[in-house]
Design a binder for this molecule. Sequence first.
Ligand code: URA
Ligand code: SF4
Length: 271
Amino acid sequence: MAEAGKGGADGKRVWTAEEIAADFERRTAGLKQVEAEVLGCPRCRLAQTRTHAVPGEGNFRSVVLFVGEGPGAEEDRQGRPFVGRSGQFLAENLQRIGLRRADVFITNVVKCRPPENRDPEPDEIAACADYLTRQIALINPRIIVTLGRVSMSRFFPGASITKVHGQYKNIGGGRVALAMFHPAAALRNPAWKEMFEQDIEQLPRLIERAHKANEAVLRGEALPAGVPHPGDVDYSEGKPAAPPSAAASAPTDAASEASAKPNRGGQMSLF
Ligand code: URA
Ligand code: SF4
């Protein structure tokens, strides 16, 4: 029998129910802390014009995190992400692939509405970046779906959305990022709408693989070399794996985010 929290005699690192519960508590508290800080955040000029800051919401145990650009008018009114027309379109598309909105976690690059829905400025994105970094560490998603150019830029620096949409790539820390058009852009442009609807269809397969990898980690299995966790650039055989719910993964800094080439769906080389 493998001992709790240690490498067992058989070399397996088994996560106990107690450890998983403690990890759940830690993550709940961490996300509450981020939320509280965002709600009162004074770090950039968007604080002066917002009605409500929008920290994000959803199932933090989800393997998928959606990252939009920033709150619009309706989001600013309600303090919730993607509750306007874009949100409706996103929810319809989630439903089409068998997911409910509440199954996933949804947030934005900037947590406060830019006036007149202008693009967030680089200094605003920089001021807000730490909140998303902490949310990613706490949620520890296997798959980050970037919605739109601003969100894409964080994980696909220098890329063009019209080129990389529908592609995913290894971003380190056991994750892949999947680039998609912004729902609002899709609603404005019929060709992009069609591509959005196609691109989201990659998710069920990625999610299934993510669940399989998480289950293997929970069983204490060291996955064989060449069969890493989804997106795990620094995986090597026998390396103690973090529990799938933990934040012990490599930081998703720009260097590791930028380190791998995008893959087209279907050419799965990551798992
Ligand atoms: N557009 C975004 O980028 N985010 C939202 O939350 C709503 C609309
Ligand atoms: Fe703070 Fe981000 Fe809102 Fe700026 S956008 S005030 S950094 S929460």
